[in-house]
Design a protein around this ligand. Structure first.
Ligand SMILES: [Fe+2]
Ligand SMILES: [Fe+2]
Length: 145
């Protein structure tokens, strides 16, 4: 297993939690709050690890540089939206609207990574390197937790 499969596995988990949150109503205040906090923390940690372990090498190759820079900008937008949602109560009438905009952008970002960024990463980085990176990706997160 390499870093890309690990990233994909975490994406699947984010898709699942985001779907669960979008199905909740303001009556499920506590569940919403718990699930949202977890998603927020996990997505941020995921992005930090991507930027720390995988992106520096991808930025060094002309072929993968642009898509990587775009990814970093998308991370910033996603964090901004997460913080905006975090400021309001989960019972707020705008929660669902805000969360749905966030979810669309997050899904777009993950789809693009899995299609375009992964394809470029496989071209510019060796199999061994991608496998090696998986350990750093995981250990970075264990240290932070
Ligand atoms: Fe990302
Ligand atoms: Fe990702």
């Amino acid at each position: 297993m390499d870093i890309l499969s690990e990233i994909k596995k975490e994406h699947e988990n984010f898709r699942k939690i985001a779907d669960e949150i979008s199905k909740t109503t303001s009556r499920a205040e506590k569940t919403r709050e718990k699930k949202f906090k977890k998603l927020k923390d996990d997505v941020k940690a995921h992005h930090e690890s991507e930027e720390y372990v995988l992106f520096p090498d991808l930025k060094n190759h002309t072929e993968s540089k642009e898509i990587t820079l775009e990814g970093i900008e998308e991370h910033k937008v996603i964090h901004y939206l997460l913080d905006e949602i975090d400021k309001i109560k989960t019972t707020d009438e705008t929660f669902s609207a805000k969360f749905s905009v966030f979810k669309e952008i997050l899904e777009h970002h993950m789809d693009e990574e899995e299609k375009d960024l992964f394809e470029k990463a496989r071209k510019v980085l060796s199999k061994d390197k991608l496998e090696e990176m998986k350990d750093s990706f995981e250990s970075k997160k264990t240290i932070e937790k």
